[in-house]
Ligand binder design. Sequence first.
Ligand code: SF4
Length: 451
Amino acid sequence: MSTIDKPTQKPRHLTQSDSKPAPHPAPRSLADAKPRSTEPKSAGSKFAKPASLPIDADLLSGLKTGIAPRLLAWQLAHGRHDLPWQVPEPYAVWVSEIMLQQTQVKTVLGYYERFMQRFATAQDLAKVSFDEVAPYWAGLGYYARARNLHKAAKLVAEQGFPGTVAGWQELPGIGRSTAGAIHALGQGGYGPIMDGNVKRVLSRWLAFDQDPKKAAAQKVLWQIAEQLTPKDNSGRYAQALMDLGSIICTRSKPRCTLCPLQADCQAYIEDKTDQFPIKSAPTKFKQRYSIALKITAGDQLLWLKAVSPGIWGELWCLPLIDLPLGVPLEPQKSVPIASLDQNELGLDLASDSSEAFESHPLVQQLISLSSDVHKPEQTLNHRLTHIAWQIQPMSFSLAPGQKDAAMRLLRTFFIYEEKGALKFSELMWMSAEQAIDSGLPKPMVSLIEST
Ligand code: SF4
């Protein structure tokens, strides 16, 4: 049992019905609160209207009166009020919400400041090419966010800001929760949100017995969130939930004694805060092995621009080739990320596989062009959402007179025959400094900094 003082309220399990009234009644059975299999669509829109509520109305009425006043009061006294994007301006909120997806506040702060200094309005962003935007996003990762933000800014520059949650959702890269946050925080409208913080807080408060990452569970949580969100002060309520999840109801060791929801938080009452949110079986990751070709001539390297869509679309990258077929590996073998380390990737690329890499036809041709080939250097381990990626750099030094030959070779291999792991649209010789200034994905910076 926790050493924290507990309220005297008797623990209640949310999956069992209970005829006794509670101060803030919880769902009698969230497990039974099945969402509809389909949601009605609004006419002429691809976005769904909220499904009808499958949860007891009395229960939700109780929840509603219990949560908003406490959260609003707590946010005023203890929440965050000095973040640079806490202004009633939709563009500022929009940029911050996109940057904050998958990224922590402390990381975003510097990027946000630089981005807003350069692109102060949606019009400023809309009138430049993506090449000018990329350096301001380089290192933040998830580059599709930046491309979508840029595309959406062009639409906003022509049409103005949307005035509804559904309208925001029509823009590229803006989902339901982001749309709700922008409308509520930036425009003062009604906008329920459902980011990771909200899922965690609600899952614990309700002792919600489904994995909130699952689509069916999310439908139920959305219905609850819509009911809980006050029509007035929707923006501050959203901020309160985000702040609570970030400051108090943290992933590990939540600070329950300071929480305004402690009195009726079911996970706390049952001393099960570490068991919520429910987590399904660990995510499986695919493995992928690639060679990054560091082809140098003097102080320049040969770069390719990845096509969009793609993980690094529109960004300059070192040429990458996947490990050729026939190597005794299982490139698609899945392993739980929890147990993933270099040894368990099944291959020590630096020492075991140089022969395999050197037998690759492109590598063979580069070796024949090069005055010097460095044997494999330190391997980079890079994790994407569902991929554990090991990238092995190899360096090839060319004489200046070989630059055109290398361009022809790479063009044939990557662009015309499209055999590369990534698809590319352009080739260019650039120094490492020029490439970094143009905006490189973080792994590429690590690769060129490795020796
Ligand atoms: S009481 Fe604890 S577990 Fe419950 S919502 Fe508050 S911080 Fe989270």
